[in-house]
Design a protein around this ligand. Sequence first.
Ligand SMILES: Cc1ncc(COP(=O)(O)O)c(C=O)c1O
Length: 358
Amino acid sequence: MFSLMQRASRGDDVYEEDASVRALEQYVAELAGHDAALFCASGTMSNQLAFRASLLQPPASILCDTRSHVYRYEAGGIAALSQATVYAAQALANNGHHLTVQDIARDFVVDDRDVHMAPTRLISLENTLDGAVMPLQEMQAIAAFARSNNVRLHLDGARLWNATVAQGCSLKDFTKECDSVSLCLSKGLGAPIGSMLVGNKALIQKARHFRKMMGGGWRQAGGLAAVAQWCIENVWPTMQETHDLAAYLAKGLVQHGAKLSVPVETNMVFLDLAGTGVQLSEFSTQLEAEEGIKIGSKEAPRDQTQVRLVLHYQISKEAIDRLLAAFGVMAAKARSNSSNGVNPTPNSPGGRSAYNSK
Ligand SMILES: Cc1ncc(COP(=O)(O)O)c(C=O)c1O
């Protein structure tokens, strides 16, 4: 990656003069089946630019999953930048796995001239969400619903690369259903930085203007773009191996008595230590000290039992085996202490609601 960066172009992207950035934007637009793409600094920026460039006139609301990143973890950007409110829908129809068209229809605010309401102008989906895949058929059903109600559909596809691999679909299969899509380069793909926004020419032109206004017009971004393209071409094809490794990790943890709070479908493992007797803070501390593996927080409160483990293409099976062995020893010790009446097993629900898996 470093040698690619050395050889990349050094044009000024604010003037759209950088060859590597232009090549990346064209490459991703073609992959996604859209007119145009914009290279942005982060997933938060590409999501928020999509909303800002789509919602030009208040009052407006966005409808999204109550767990979605755009709603919970983007610093209230929707209200601050796009003057829109959010209606957050719960994934009730499908056991908490993913939003369905029925969930969307339940919370959709029709523009029926009731002046109390902020009509839904945009539906925002996230795929994968917590590593779980929204099936293509469901996205197609929601897209048809959006079209028939004349509202836009945005996809936070920070981890869509993983969803395509898990579903055996092309990127286009998902992205062509949407008006705008954010695709992160720095998550599962492992690029140093960046996220792409794709959409039609008018949307991308508007987003480019807002990107500059927000201070996100980067000048010599060629090195970053060249590396990002390399990651799409070279890391994306290896994702199935990472998913298999995540499944192997999950299976091993369950064999040692742990639970999973979300089913493992891609590269994320939501581990729940409740009932194992192993404290998260002690596990983190010991794993780092003895194996050089960092997970969660060494300062995790005593009643926190849940932690998210995210795998990427540079994590080896050997590292996973070391983690599993260390966990096995700690879980066995906790079991023997508990049968001797020492250090009773903590059984807290932790910070996140337990997921009722199928
Ligand atoms: C689903 C999802 N969307 C958006 C983002 C935001 O990306 P960034 O951290 O690059 O702003 C993240 C970050 O983890 C994410 O998981």
